[in-house]
Ligand binder design. Sequence first.
Ligand code: GLP
Length: 225
Amino acid sequence: MVVKDALEAARVAADIIARIVRDKPTAALLVATGNTPLPAYAELARRAENGEVDFSRVLAVQLDEYVGLEEDDPRSLWRWTRRSFVDPLGVTRTLRLVDVTTFDDDIAKVGGLDLAVLGLGPNGHLGFNEPPCDEHAKTREVDLTPESLVSNARYFDLPVPTRARTAGMTTILSAREKLLIVTGAHKRRILARTLDEVSSRDVPASWLRGEDTTVVADEEARPRD
Ligand code: GLP
């Protein structure tokens, strides 16, 4: 669905996430980092503070992480998740992506993912499922593409690590619902390719298909005819 701007996208995305949590207070949510979902997380923090929604029993599941960082490294994506989502929303249950060999089993043990909250990488990646990536890719370690290294350099002044762990494409697709938030004119081209009728390994996000996926895009990101 197309909404006016990033603020409206945040409200609509927050509505979807809050609905899942109200229906199932112990919901398992796969949580993206990046700048795009931050306004939605801030909106949810406001609602949690007002008592409109309770995240205390939700399970926050990590989507991706750089390899080789100390826990308190400013580049740590877990730190990002804690600061933007876990702490402000009052989440107490978390599943971190530390061991790629056990992560998918750990998710299965808690009954699977109820919702994957996703942003769109400039090269069409989800998490760090870099192109080319097929829909059966499992949770694993990957080398980041030059495009992701450049894009992620805007988050901090330190060098971007070149390897990362990512929840697999198959892990993301296994979520009962997927929410892809896309805002800004710089995402217009890659969103158009994502929504193309044919799914392709060249645009990993194009594997998102069907009724269980909601794309919330703002007017700036909306593909032009
Ligand atoms: C990053 C992360 C993704 C994120 C994407 C978009 O590299 N690995 O999880 O969704 O790129 O980031 P942003 O929302 O800042 O554009």
